[in-house]
Design a protein around this ligand. Structure first.
Ligand code: M6R
Length: 361
C-alpha cells in the first residue's frame, strides 16, 4: 500500500521523520547523557578495550557506515573506518582481536556481508550488526547489534533505511564515547541534536517543490559530479549512487579536496556539480572549491546551511550539531534523484538490473 504516493520511494522518503523517531525511541538516557542499546551485548569493560572499529557493508549501507566511522572517531576517539564488505572478504584481511567489527545491512541477507561476518566469526572476531530486518541472517549471525527500525523498505533503492542507519551509528558513537572520554556536556549536546532530527527532516521535505523544479533542469544532464569534504564526502557518495541507480545518469563522487588533483579537468558548463557545504570548520575550504569550479564556468548546486554566493542554486537545510549534519544533508538529494527519475520516466521502485537484496556471490 503506497498510501497516496506514486511510488514506494516517495512514500519511504516521506516516512523518514517517523522512522528516525522510532530508532531513537526508548534509547536516550538523560540521566547519564548517553543511550541504552539493549542488544549490543558489549559490556563497559569490553567497550573500553576496543582499539579500532571496522565497519563493513555494501552500497548504501557502506555509505552509512562511512558516516558511522566518522562519528565513532569524533565522539569516541576510536580509530574507525568503513570498507565495502564485498572487498574485505576477498582480500585476506588481518583480523585483529582488539577490533570491533560492525556489519551493516538493510535486508540482513546481503551475501557479501554475510560471508564477511561468517569469516570474521570463524576467526574469533567480535561482530555487531546494524540491521533493519529483524531476525535476518546477518542479525542472527552477529554477536549483538542495533536494529535500525526503519520499518519495511520496499523500493529497491534505500532512503529511509540509510537515514536510520546513520542515526543508529550516532547512537553507537555516543554510547562508546560516553563509556570512554566524551564529556557529559558533549553527550547532552549530541542528545539535543538527535532530538531535533525528526522536525528538521520534516522541514527539509517541505522544500520538495523547489527541489522538483531543480530536478527538471538537472534531469537533462549527461553526467554529474558530487563533491564533499570529510563529513560531506559520504553524503556526496550516497547522493551520487542514488542518482545513478534511478535516473541512469552517470554520476561521480569525489572528495572536494581531490578536485585539483584531477577531476577539475572535467569542469565545463555541461557538467554540473552538486556540492555538500556544511557550516562547520571546513566551510571556507569548501567555498574555495566552489570558486575553483565557478572560475571554470561549472554550474553548481549547493546543499548548505546558508545561501552560497558561488553556487548557482542553494538548497538550504537546517543546521544540527556538526557531527550529526551528515544525517540530514543528503535528504534533499534523495528528492532530487526521485524527481529527475520521474521527469525521465524511469521505473523508480525497480531500476533496471538491480534487486532489493543481493543474496548471491
Ligand atoms: O540490504 P543491504 O543494505 O545489505 O543492501 C546493500 C546494497 O545492495 C544496497 O544498499 C544497494 O546499494 C541499494 N540498491 C542502494 O540503494
Amino acid at each position: 500500500d503506497m498510501g497516496g504516493h506514486d511510488t514506494y520511494m516517495h512514500k519511504e522518503i516521506h516516512e523518514q521523520a517517523d522512522a528516525v523517531d522510532r530508532v531513537l525511541r526508548g534509547r536516550i538516557d538523560d540521566r547519564f547523557s548517553t543511550v541504552h542499546l539493549g542488544g549490543l551485548n558489549l559490556d563497559a569493560r569490553e567497550a573500553r578495550r576496543i582499539r579500532r572499529v571496522k565497519i563493513l557493508g555494501c552500497g548504501t549501507s557502506y555509505h552509512a557506515g562511512m558516516i558511522g566511522a566518522q562519528m565513532i572517531e569524533e565522539l569516541a576517539r576510536i580509530p574507525a573506518d568503513a570498507e565495502p564488505a564485498s572487498e574485505f572478504r576477498y582480500r585476506n584481511a588481518v583480523v585483529d582481536p582488539d577490533t570491533l567489527y560492525v556489519a551493516v545491512s538493510q535486508s540482513g541477507e546481503t551475501y557479501d556481508v554475510l560471508a564477511a561476518v561468517q569469516e570474521l566469526k570463524r576467526k574469533g572476531a567480535r561482530v555487531l550488526g546494524v540491521v533493519n530486518v529483524v531476525g535476518s541472517a546477518i542479525a542472527r549471525e552477529a554477536d549483538g547489534g542495533i536494529y535500525v527500525h526503519a520499518g519495511p523498505e520496499v523500493c529497491v533503492v534505500s532512503t529511509k533505511c540509510f537515514t536510520n542507519t546513520t542515526v543508529a551509528f550516532a547512537l553507537l558513537a555516543l554510547h562508546l564515547g560516553r563509556t570512554r572520554d566524551l564529556s557529559v556536556r558533549d553527550g547532552k549536546r549530541i542528545i539535543e541534536g538527535l532530538r531535533k532530527l525528526p522536525t528538521q527532516i520534516a522541514e527539509i521535505l517541505k522544500q520538495e517543490e523547489q527541489v522538483r523544479e531543480l530536478a527538471e533542469e538537472y534531469a537533462q544532464s549527461r553526467s554529474m559530479l558530487f563533491i564533499g569534504r570529510v563529513r560531506g564526502y559520504p553524503v556526496a557518495r550516497e547522493a551520487s549512487l542514488k542518482l545513478k541507480e534511478i535516473t541512469y545518469i552517470h554520476a561521480e563522487a569525489y572528495p572536494a579536496s581531490e578536485l585539483k588533483h584531477g577531476p577539475l579537468a572535467l569542469i565545463e558548463p555541461a557538467l554540473p556539480t552538486v556540492a555538500i557545504v556544511p557550516d562547520d570548520d571546513l566551510l571556507e575550504k569548501n567555498r574555495a572549491a566552489l570558486e575553483e569550479i565557478k572560475a571554470r564556468s561549472g554550474k553548481i548546486l549547493a546543499v548548505a546551511h546558508r545561501e552560497q554566493e558561488k553556487a548557482d542554486r542553494t538548497i538550504v537545510v537546517p543546521k544540527n550539531e556538526d557531527e550529526l549534519d551528515p544525517i540530514l544533508m543528503g535528504i534533499p538529494l534523495q528528492l532530487l534523484a526521485y524527481h529527475a527519475a520521474k521527469v525521465l520516466g524511469r521505473d523508480i521502485d525497480k531500476p533496471r538490473n538491480l534487486a532489493k537484496s543481493v543474496t548471491v556471490e
